[in-house]
Design a protein around this ligand. Structure first.
Ligand SMILES: NC(=O)c1ccc[n+]([C@@H]2O[C@H](COP(=O)([O-])OP(=O)(O)OC[C@H]3O[C@@H](n4cnc5c(N)ncnc54)[C@H](O)[C@@H]3O)[C@@H](O)[C@H]2O)c1
Length: 254
C-alpha cells in the first residue's frame, strides 16, 4: 500500500453538507486538496457559489437546498449520481443548535426543528446516499455528533444533545446495515471548535472554562477536525466502521 493523506480519493465524488459552516468549509477545502470532486451543499446558493469558486482542485459543484425537504435530498442525489458519476463519500456536517438558558424556555418548535435537522434528515439522507453507493460497490458515510452525545451538553443545549445522542445510535445501526455493501459509517464527536455554532449565545464564562480545562490549551479550529474526516474517507480507514471519534483536544477522554 502506498501512503498519502487522501489515498483513494482522487477523482471521487464527495458530498459535503453544511459546507458554508465553520467545519464544513474546512472539510470541503481539505477534500479539494486530495483531488476529490466536492459536491458542496448548504442553505444559501450564492454563498456556495463563492465557496466552490475558491476550493482547491477542479470539478466541484454547489447546490443550495434545505436538507429537511425530501425533494431537495432527491435532487442532491440526482446531481451527485447523474451529473457527477455517483457519490463515494458523504461528509454530513449540517446541523442546528438552539441554546436556551433554562429547560423551561425550550419550545416544541425548538424540539421539532433540531430533531428534524440533526436526526431525521440524517437518517433519510444517509439512506439515499447509501442506496446510490451500493450500486457503485461501496463508500464512506461520515456523520457528525458532538461531545454532548455523552455529556448532555454545556450551555443550554438539552434538545440538541438528545438529537446528537440519536446520531450516535443511528450511525451504529447504519454501520451494521450498510457494511455488507462495502460502506463504512462513522461519527465524529467534536468537543469545542471555534465556529459560529459554538459562539452563538454561548456564555463567555463557559467558553473560558472549556478552554482552560482542555489539556491542549485551546479551543479547536475547523482544521483540527477536517483531517479526521479525510482520514475516515481514505483507504487507510477502510476497516473502521461504527466508530465514534472523539476530537476534543483531550477535554473529554473516552
Ligand atoms: N463547533 C463546535 O464546537 C461543534 C461541537 C460539537 C459538534 N459540532 C458539530 O459539527 C458540525 C458542524 O458544526 P459547525 O460548528 O461547523 O456549525 P455551523 O453552524 O458553522 O455550520 C452548520 C451549517 O449547516 C447548515 N444547515 C443547517 N441546517 C440546514 C438545513 N436544514 N439544510 C442545509 N444546511 C443546513 C447551516 O447553514 C450551516 O452553514 C455540526 O454537526 C455540529 O453539530 C460542532
Amino acid at each position: 500500500m502506498s501512503w498519502s493523506v487522501g489515498a483513494g480519493l482522487e477523482g471521487k465524488v464527495v458530498i459535503v453538507t453544511g459546507a458554508c459552516g465553520g467545519i464544513g468549509r474546512a472539510v470541503a477545502s481539505a477534500f479539494g486538496q486530495t483531488g476529490a470532486r466536492v459536491l458542496a451543499t448548504d442553505l444559501d446558493q450564492s454563498t456556495l457559489d463563492t465557496l466552490v469558486s475558491e476550493l482547491p482542485g477542479t470539478g466541484h459543484r454547489g447546490i443550495g437546498l434545505d436538507l429537511n425537504d425530501s425533494d431537495s435530498q432527491d435532487e442532491l442525489i440526482r446531481l451527485a449520481t447523474e451529473e457527477m458519476g455517483g457519490p463515494y463519500v458523504l461528509a454530513h456536517t449540517a446541523a442546528l443548535l438552539i441554546r436556551r438558558s433554562s429547560l423551561d424556555e425550550v419550545t416544541e418548535d425548538d424540539w421539532d426543528s433540531q430533531i428534524d435537522t440533526n436526526l431525521k434528515s440524517t437518517f433519510f439522507l444517509s439512506r439515499r446516499v447509501a442506496n446510490a453507493m451500493k450500486k457503485a460497490g461501496g463508500g464512506r458515510i461520515i456523520l457528525f455528533t458532538s461531545q454532548s452525545w455523552m455529556t448532555g451538553g454545556f450551555g443550554g443545549s438539552a434538545v440538541y444533545s438528545a438529537s446528537k445522542g440519536g446520531v450516535v445510535s443511528l450511525s451504529r445501526s447504519l454501520a451494521r446495515n450498510f457494511g455488507p455493501h462495502g460502506i463504512t459509517v462513522n461519527t465524529i464527536a467534536p468537543g469545542q471548535i471555534h465556529t459560529s455554532m459554538l459562539m452563538t449565545d454561548l456564555d463567555p464564562a463557559v467558553y473560558e472554562r472549556m478552554r482552560d480545562e482542555t489539556p491542549l490549551g485551546y479551543v479547536g479550529e475547523p482544521d483540527d477536525v477536517s483531517g479526521v474526516v479525510v482520514f475516515l474517507a481514505s483507504t487507510h480507514a477502510r476497516y473502521i466502521s461504527g466508530a465514534t471519534i472523539n476530537v476534543s483536544g483531550g477535554y473529554l477522554m473516552y
